[in-house]
Design a protein around this ligand. Structure first.
Ligand SMILES: [Zn+2]
Length: 595
């Protein structure tokens, strides 16, 4: 073994969940937040010292943000690496309990920004040009805030309100057990087995039990969803906001016209995806695709999935990154050499994968469970893409590192595409090519159909919830209708309780945890297409784009670095065309198997 399978957390804070260094830092954070709050209260707009005072304030805020991020990343890492670490759970609470004070101080500053006249603000911003976009966002938010006291009450109640409902969801899910053969599977185990099993019977049986497990507790999930989103909608209403798309659009720094242009273009391109799904079903000996078969591997002839040891994956990723960007390759190599990655396949780990930033160390950490499949090589590349995005931004003010979810997936998807195409190029037989193309197209199906269904569902659910509580049966009906629309009636069966099974509907701090995925995917495809045209010269252009991801609207970002208008269909269609090209190849290669 060349590279470690376990990550190094001790270089962040030594001692795991008993770390004295972490406790000291949490203490320090509390003092800093207190100091900051006092400085915000003392800050007086329109004075001779406002410029110097604001500079000092921003410097302190920068330190606090880095501390919160560093402590938060470490605590999250402990919790993901060992779900039984009770101390780590308490640490989460300890950090969260400091957030209302921090939010209170931030609210105060936003309100002070809001008190500037447009002219005075414009004048002040001349001295803050690099962060003017972000400070002006704060001013905009400040104009919509209630008084400090009211905001503080909401933020405090939120801990046992919206945020609590989200945690409650995790508690219910942790108790879900799915009986299969002689085992009791956790939700995560059942899901992985259901999606990856090459045996259609296993998938079918598991899916039936899976649906059953979520529907058995539908009333509890419906309560949770109703109250979580009810809290959110009431919070909007208290701020005079009726349009539930306002926050998600502002948060992702896009306008409604962009979002509409994206979904309309996606909607016009459903047929080839349906054809693909039907063809894949035929390869499984069925007429039409069933829900549980969507992600099943296509195994034709003598095909055996290629395995990559962790070391092989590492070398493969580094070599292929290098063809697009030597800087990306260097960063990936650094991650492997310095044990930034928790990859071991062992019980007691959380499912899923993520990349987290450590702004003080200027390093990242990646969490995943590596099982040697091509899919996992792709996941590893994906997370390293995130790490690269952070890496090119370390020298920027932290305000300008705070990119939104829609562009957060740009670098990761880009990295994933590089590796997907590289594995495809190395394929030896048609069977292998078909298998790999399917994996690639599955991604597109997820983005253009599954995520589309989530978006349609959530829009309809919010609209209904604004009028009152929504019964579990109605939520389920809404889900099926959304899936039928998003899949253009292309499936034989649907997943009625998907709304309960999908964690993303129960995230408290980010609304509409769906469309940014599709956005990021298409945005990244567009950039990838350009990288292929431009060759090595693209690296600097790519880095320049990544560095701007948090300091302008996404429309401006696309205009400045790609010269495209996101309100027009062309840009979106160009990305979709790359997928259609893959589908075409898939259809040609599989023709002979369905005669
Ligand atoms: Zn990602």
């Amino acid at each position: 073994m060349k590279y470690a399978l376990n990550w190094d957390l001790d270089s962040i804070f030594a001692g795991g969940s008993n770390s004295p260094a972490l406790q000291a830092e949490l203490q320090h954070l509390q003092t800093q937040i207190h100091q900051y709050h006092q400085a915000v209260v003392a800050f007086t707009p329109n004075t001779n010292t406002e410029e110097a005072d604001l500079k000092a304030l921003l410097a302190l805020a920068e330190e606090i943000e880095k501390n919160i991020a560093e402590c938060g990343a470490f605590i999250e890492a402990l919790n993901s690496a060992d779900i039984h670490d009770q101390k780590a759970k308490l640490l989460t609470g300890q950090l969260y309990s400091q957030m209302p004070a921090w939010q209170l101080a931030q609210t105060g500053l936003k309100k002070k920004f809001a008190s500037y006249t447009a002219t005075a603000w414009h004048a002040l911003m001349q001295d803050f040009a690099p962060v003017a976009f972000r400070l002006s966002e704060m001013r905009r938010d400040g104009q919509e805030l209630l008084d400090e006291n009211a905001e503080n009450i909401i933020n405090t109640l939120n801990l046992d309100g919206q945020s609590a409902w989200s945690q409650h969801y995790d508690t219910i899910v942790a108790g879900i057990q799915i009986p299969f053969q002689d085992q009791q599977l956790s939700a995560g185990q059942a899901f992985n087995m259901m999606m990856a099993s090459p045996d259609a019977k296993v998938r079918q049986e598991l899916f039936a039990k899976w649906e059953q497990a979520w529907s058995a507790q539908a009333a509890v999930f419906a309560d949770t969803l109703n109250h979580l989103d009810g809290f959110r909608l009431n919070n909007y209403r208290l701020h005079g906001v009726d349009d539930f798309m306002k926050e998600p659009l502002e948060y992702n720094r896009i306008d409604q016209e962009t979002l509409t242009a994206m979904w309309d273009t996606v909607a016009r391109n459903k047929q080839p995806l349906v054809d693909f799904l039907t063809r894949k079903a035929q390869l499984f000996g069925k007429e039409k695709m069933e829900w549980q078969d969507q992600d099943a591997p296509v195994l034709l002839g003598n095909f055996k999935e290629r395995r990559y040891t962790f070391d092989e994956a590492a070398d493969f990723i580094v070599a292929n990154f290098n063809k697009f960007s030597p800087k990306m390759a260097t960063l990936a190599q650094r991650a492997f050499d310095n044990a930034w990655i928790e990859a071991e396949d062992r019980p007691g780990k959380r499912p899923g994968g993520y990349c987290t930033s450590l702004p003080k160390l200027q390093e990242s950490r990646i969490f995943m469970t590596y099982g040697e499949s091509v899919n996992e090589v792709a996941t590893l590349a994906h997370e390293l893409g995130h790490a690269f995005h952070s890496d090119v931004m370390w020298d920027l003010p932290s305000l300008n590192q705070d990119y939104a979810m829609n562009v957060a997936e740009t670098a990761s998807t880009f990295a994933e595409l590089i590796v997907a195409d590289a594995t495809l190029r190395e394929a030896q037989t048609d069977e292998e090519r078909i298998n790999l193309l399917d994996v690639k197209i599955q991604n597109a199906v997820a983005m253009f159909m599954n995520i589309h269904a989530r978006f349609i569902f959530e829009q309809n659910f919010y609209a209904a919830r604004q009028k009152g509580l929504v019964a579990a049966d109605d939520i389920t009906r809404m889900m099926v209708a959304a899936q039928q629309e998003a899949y253009a009636n292309g499936l034989a069966t649907y997943h009625p309780h998907f709304w309960a099974a999908k964690l993303h509907f129960f995230i408290d701090d980010v609304p509409f945890y769906n469309f940014p995925y599709t956005f990021g995917y298409l945005f990244s495809l567009g950039i990838y297409a350009r990288a292929q045209q431009h060759g090595p010269g693209f690296e600097d252009q790519y880095i320049a784009l990544l560095r701007d991801t948090a300091s302008m609207t996404t429309e401006d970002l696309a205009q400045k670095h790609l010269g495209v208008d996101l309100h027009q269909a062309d840009f979106w269609q160009a990305g979709i065309d790359m997928v259609l090209h893959d589908i075409q190849t898939f259809m040609q290669l599989t023709e002979k198997y369905v005669q």
